[in-house]
Design a binder for this molecule. Structure first.
Ligand code: SF4
Length: 207
């Protein structure tokens, strides 16, 4: 079921997305060579997905979660009973930072955005939450989880959720192949537990 957002919500999201798209703060502070923020989502979306930061593929496609991680996340959504393309067509895709932080200097995947970059970008995320008032928030990967839960081990929180201000915060592991956490069958069970919760909310909230 799709809720009809108020005109105020639609106007507020459009204006916020325009502000994000024109933001160059991290470039001005010298954290990244070029700021190229990306956004994706509608005021009607009631599932908010919060990841770490877009990678180079997502920026090239101008679409968050358009790499392999997005495909796996969509597959998890389908395991929870959501239809094909739900991720990109019916969830609001956000992240701790909106620009690609570039490759890790250690050469093992994407660089984690620094606390300074996350702090510069955080007001946009807070504003999205305030405007959207989502029913469900998927915290994808350790960085996104810790931004809301503080320092925790994945095995302590995957398969559990927390309700805050009318939102259900659901931690999920990072879906990229870089993470080896899911290689452990016990961890796979925790993921299935999390997807079970998501499936029940899909029905309860008619998501
Ligand atoms: S990551 Fe966020 S704060 Fe930094 S330049 Fe991009 S949009 Fe602005």
């Amino acid at each position: 079921m799709t809720t009809i957002p108020s005109r105020d919500q639609e106007a507020a999201i459009t204006s916020l997305q325009q502000r994000i798209l024109s933001c160059r703060l991290c470039q001005q502070h010298g954290y990244i060579p070029i700021a190229h923020p990306i956004v994706s989502g509608r005021a009607s979306d009631r599932v908010l997905v919060i990841g770490q930061a877009p990678g180079h593929r997502s920026v090239a496609n101008n679409l968050p979660f358009s790499g392999p991680g997005g495909r796996i996340l969509q597959k998890w959504l389908e395991q929870a009973g959501f239809p094909p393309r739900y991720l990109h067509e019916h969830t609001y895709l956000s992240s701790l930072t909106r620009c690609d932080p570039g490759r890790s200097p250690k050469g093992n995947g994407d660089r984690r955005p620094s606390p300074q970059e996350v702090a510069l970008c955080r007001p946009y995320l807070e504003e999205e939450i305030r405007i959207l008032q989502p029913k469900v928030v998927l915290l994808v990967g350790t960085m996104a989880i810790e931004a809301f839960f503080g320092k925790v081990r994945l095995e302590e929180v995957i398969g559990t959720y927390e309700e805050r201000d009318g939102m259900r915060l659901l931690p999920l592991p990072h879906p990229s192949g870089v993470s080896r956490w899911l290689n452990d069958p016990a961890h796979q069970k925790l993921l299935q537990q999390a997807l079970g919760l998501l499936s029940s909310w899909r029905v309860t909230f008619a998501l």
